[in-house]
Ligand binder design. Structure first.
Ligand code: NAD
Length: 354
């Protein structure tokens, strides 16, 4: 694999491979940029089919974190970690302690937290070996803890702003919304949407997760293969990336796409295709910044939950600014957001890949 020549490489500052013989840990940490502060981004545990697949994923996720942190105005650069393992198998505390030592070896250039496949308990184990970690348990009223519910709050507020902008509706009551993936973020998003009286269609590959939202929020279960093309006004992708692609975009019936998943666009041009079809796309790294906003407050210390909630209120304003600029300049929302993010990072324009 020609790492430096990969499209996803995009002038990463550092990519480090970690191995621990005792636990079998195989991990990669990618640091895209430390221009604005230590590179921060979660740790994903995933059973990648190959090292090449893991490298590609960590690179695109880490660049996404640079954009996300820059757009949220945080004193964080962008980075990400992946551990090659199956999160459905029991995860030994020692695995995360080994990962903690790996993080610590970078001396604070990278700060970790939860992502897909990791929990607050895993981060507590990481914290036994390093202080460069957030997303830990916290006292009531303090900033921090599981970022998932904070991400969901930001997505909920951003989705409302997108609905107002595209559909001209100030309330979500009666608005039909399809949620793909009802895990850590998707579940909390459904809770907020249901409380507003939205009509929910949901899909998940885990039957238990699906059953929970169907029962608690009177959501309608939809087959996994049908959720993207569901006949709804809003689509909220909250599972994995690259779901908006050349095959799926022509099938979408939603007028708004606003969800939590990272790297929703397979390629830049999928954002253009959405715009051409009259579908308003809320750039993923802008709408899903609630979790990292919480992580930043926790990491730098001395903040309250109240302050985190206040910071998250800026997400819909930021999105509306992007929507207005995109409309005024007749450009896709992802192109506008990428340009704004890269300007903040002092980087030249580049093509964003999923
Ligand atoms: P999670 O693993 O808790 O939930 C993801 C859910 O999606 C799971 O229930 C899984 O079964 C389901 N899923 C997987 N493939 C699916 C498919 N093809 N169809 C339907 N469902 C499927 O992860 P999460 O923390 O909720 O994160 C969801 C997304 O949001 C991820 O892309 C993540 O990177 C992104 N994100 C999460 C946070 C956070 O704070 N947790 C922050 C920013 C972005």
């Amino acid at each position: 694999m020609e790492l430096f020549d990969l499209r996803e490489f995009d002038a990463h500052e550092q990519v480090v491979f970690g191995h621990d013989a005792a636990t079998g840990m195989k991990a990669i940490i990618a640091i895209h940029s430390t221009t604005l502060g230590p590179a921060a981004g979660g740790c994903r545990v995933w059973p990648y089919a190959s090292t090449a697949e893991a490298v590609t994923d960590v690179l695109r996720l880490s660049r996404g974190m640079s954009y996300k942190n820059a757009m949220a105005g945080l004193k964080f650069g962008g980075g990400k970690a992946v551990i090659i393992a199956d999160p459905r198998h029991p995860k030994a505390p020692e695995l995360f302690q080994a990962f903690g030592r790996f993080v610590d070896s970078l001396g604070g250039r990278y700060v970790t937290a939860e992502d897909v496949g990791t929990t607050t308990a895993d981060m507590e184990n990481v914290a036994r070996e390093t202080r460069y970690v957030a997303g830990l348990g916290r006292a009531p009223g303090e900033a921090g803890g599981d970022p998932g519910p904070k991400t969901a709050l930001g997505v909920y507020l951003g989705l409302k702003a997108a609905v107002k902008f595209r559909l001209g509706r100030g309330e979500l009551s009666g608005v039909s919304i399809a949620v793909q993936g009802v895990g850590g973020v998707g579940y909390h998003l459904c809770r907020l949407l249901a409380a507003d009286g939205a009509k929910l269609a949901v899909a998940d590959v885990r039957p238990a997760a699906l059953q929970r939202v169907v029962e608690e929020f009177k959501a309608t279960a939809v087959a996994v293969e049908d959720i993207l093309a569901a006949d709804v006004e809003v689509l909220a992708p909250c599972a994995l990336g690259a779901v908006l692609n050349a095959a799926s975009v022509p099938r979408l019936r939603a007028r708004v796409v606003a969800g939590a998943a990272n790297n929703q666009l397979a390629q830049d041009q999928d954002g253009s295709a959405l715009a051409a079809a009259g579908i308003l796309y809320a750039p993923d790294y802008v709408i899903n910044a609630g979790g990292i906003i919480s992580v930043a407050r926790e990491y730098y210390g001395g903040a309250t939950e109240e302050q985190v909630l206040g910071d998250i209120q800026a997400i819909p304003r930021r999105l509306t600014e992007i929507f207005e600029r995109a409309r005024g300049e007749n450009r896709a929302t992802n192109a506008v957001a990428d340009q704004m993010a890269r300007e903040r990072l002092g980087r030249q324009p580049a093509h964003r890949v999923a």
